[in-house]
Write a protein that binds this ligand. Structure first.
Ligand code: 5GP
Ligand code: ZN
Length: 112
């Protein structure tokens, strides 16, 4: 989608600190890191949010989780948090699915 900032990162039209690329996903450092390790794993395909995934996207959804696992593994993280904000009330600000991979510090539960 031409106006989507994450589609522009996938297309290489705006720079990002990419840490992993697969056929389905791209992972890069969050520009406003909330932890010593903070990456975003996104599908190459534009899908706004988890709620917009279709049953046919099963492989894509799995690929995102496996890419998140691989980013954490590559970065030497054994304990980490995955977050997928879905909808504005949950804190989603970029409407192209992204899995936050956060690590390098402790995290509280319940989340804020
Ligand atoms: P959300 O709030 O939608 O769950 O997360 C969006 C994330 O994208 C935020 O953590 C924000 O810092 C990150 N972000 C927004 N714009 C950019 C960008 O242009 N480059 C990178 N690397 N991260 C971005
Ligand atoms: Zn997009």
């Amino acid at each position: 989608m031409s106006s989507c900032i994450f589609c522009k990162i996938v297309a290489g039209q705006i720079p990002a600190a990419v840490v992993l690329e697969t056929s389905d996903a791209v992972a890069f450092r969050d520009i406003n890191a909330q932890a010593p390790h903070h990456y975003l794993v996104i599908p190459r395909k534009h899908v706004e949010a988890i709620k917009d995934l279709e049953d046919a996207d099963q492989a894509l959804a799995g690929a995102l989780l496996l890419a998140a696992r691989d980013v954490a593994r590559q970065q030497g993280l054994d304990s980490y948090r995955l977050v997928v904000n879905t909808g504005p009330d949950a804190g989603q600000t970029v409407f192209h699915i992204h899995v936050h991979v956060l690590g390098g510090r402790g995290f509280a539960w319940p989340p804020g």
